[in-house]
Design a protein. Structure first.
Length: 213
């Protein structure tokens, strides 16, 4: 495949499923629903950066919307006595405020799931590497630490690619690091993939992670 195809998209319907799942098809609501899903997903990931939200799944029925938040630190979202969930519900209702007449009838359900093995989650690993690069730690030390953690957690293999002005270099370059085996062209192989930008003092460094679980 030559790395031109997103490993998750290649396996949709076989090993992975869609992050947005709807129980209906209405041409008038289709555009609004897609835009709402994008805003909800991006908004929750940004709002709860401290809890490291790795995935937001949205399930829609006619009068119900279920939001499943996967986070490395779920307790920080739930808060004391579930107060945090009320904030999430208000946030979702604010995004859907353009459909006020439907919100009153719609039931919003929230679920917060923990990421059991965070170092087998590509988004978590990419976020972890980005945070350390922003703090100015040596990139090779950071990458090898993350790869070792992933292999200790039970991964078959991991591949990391960095692109940009690595270590403050005058000319941007790419560096790739491998450990184990990552057969991206094998459909039956469970590959997790994520991209993440790290804004360092020298500029952005793009991070790509492939993990064979």
């Amino acid at each position: 495949m030559g790395q031109k195809v997103n490993p998750k998209g290649l396996r949709l319907g076989i090993l992975t499923t869609w992050d947005s799942r709807w129980m209906f098809s209405n041409k008038e609501l289709y555009r609004k629903s897609i835009l709402e899903d994008v805003k909800i997903r991006e908004g929750l990931i940004k709002k709860f950066q401290f809890a490291i939200v790795t995935q937001v799944e949205i399930e829609r029925a006619i009068n119900r919307i279920t939001i499943i938040i996967h986070a490395a630190r779920p307790g920080m979202i739930i808060g004391r006595g579930g107060k945090g969930l009320e904030d999430v519900k208000k946030f979702v209702m604010l995004i859907m405020s353009s459909r006020k007449s439907e919100i009153d009838k719609m039931k919003i359900e929230l679920k917060v799931e923990p990421v059991k093995k965070p170092y087998l989650n590509a988004y978590f690993v990419a976020n972890e590497i980005a945070g350390k690069l922003i703090r100015g730690l040596p990139h090779r030390v950071v990458v090898h630490f993350a790869m070792n953690k992933a292999m200790e957690s039970g991964a078959r293999g991991i591949k990391v690619q960095l692109g940009g002005r690595i270590n403050g270099a005058a000319i941007s370059r790419r560096e790739k690091y491998y450990e184990g085996t990552v057969p991206v062209s094998t459909i039956r192989e469970d590959i997790d993939f994520a991209r993440f930008p790290a804004l360092t003092k020298s500029g952005y460094i793009g991070i790509k992670i492939w993990i064979a679980r």
